[in-house]
Ligand binder design. Sequence first.
Ligand code: COA
Length: 326
Amino acid sequence: MRKTRIIGTGSYVPKMVLTNFDLENMVDTSDEWIIERTGIRERRIAGKDEASSDLAYEASLRALKASGVKAKDIDLIILATTTPDMAFPSTACILQDRLNARKAVAFDISAACSGFIYALSIADQFIKEGTYKFVLVVGSEVLSRITDWSDRTTCVLFGDGAGAAVLQSSTNRHGIISIHLHSDGALKDLLFIPGGGSRNPASKKTIEKGLHYIKMKGNETFKIAVRNLEEAALEATKSNNINASDIDLFIPHQANLRIIQAIAKRLDLSMDKVFVNIDRYGNTSAASIPIALDEAVSEGRLKEGDLILMEAFGGGLTWASALVRW
Ligand code: COA
């Protein structure tokens, strides 16, 4: 039976570092509060000339290099983002042009922080069906452009970055074992951007009201995230007849260290089996999982045959899991 295997990963974060101490000079907050409540110490901020496609391009070059696949051989590019370069064309099409991946079909998907796993699931279908051979899946975000830098309840959380993976079919035991996706639009008001779309098109008024910035009910989101991610992890393990203790590395969405620790505790997973880089990047939304995956690879945290569980949640609400045999 045909499976989908990740054959190369790459990531890119902008050079500029914004520390909690820098934030102390911008809003009424403290390094101590941010570390204690979120686990974040610093995050990266894109340069003035950098958009999502630029970050995606750098991450993609690295993933292609790691995989040994040439851009001209990529059949499909799926890019997950909440911060596209522009409404259209898709950031995936802009990336396709930059990479000179001439034969690739390219499109974006919008599933907020769950975007990378959603994109992975689409790629998995096309590869399993035999439609495409090589697929590039990317998560890229410049969240600093949609962050209200005067709102201390959100601006301490987010950062910019991109991660990418090249996928190919496999006929052995290595590859994606299962992906489970979930959505609940009834919870759309927990985390959203009200302005700039067809509901509230950009105007002087929407800008004055700050409707083009992320709005979040942090407390409620926190509780639902812990509950849904625990349920999703149990769904992934039960449906594959394994126990949480069989997981070699858990790669959760990096939104809040306390959320990650709460899930690990509920699954009875020790923190040395959990990949954490939130301290350095904050929440990079759709880029969070692929950056973490790429760092896990480059730090030698994954050996052939390891069982990895990736999990994400985000605006929509959306949440998802992917169980992978490395
Ligand atoms: N610095 C200092 N104080 C802050 C602050 C900041 N950056 N942000 C909020 N506070 C204050 C609040 O105003 C509140 O003060 P009050 O008690 O006087 O009203 C107090 O800290 C506690 O606020 P609360 O919102 O209850 O804190 P919390 O423990 O829930 O932490 C979050 C806030 C946002 C860190 C947390 O709720 C969270 O991470 N939620 C999930 C968000 C998330 O994951 N979003 C992305 C999903 S993909």
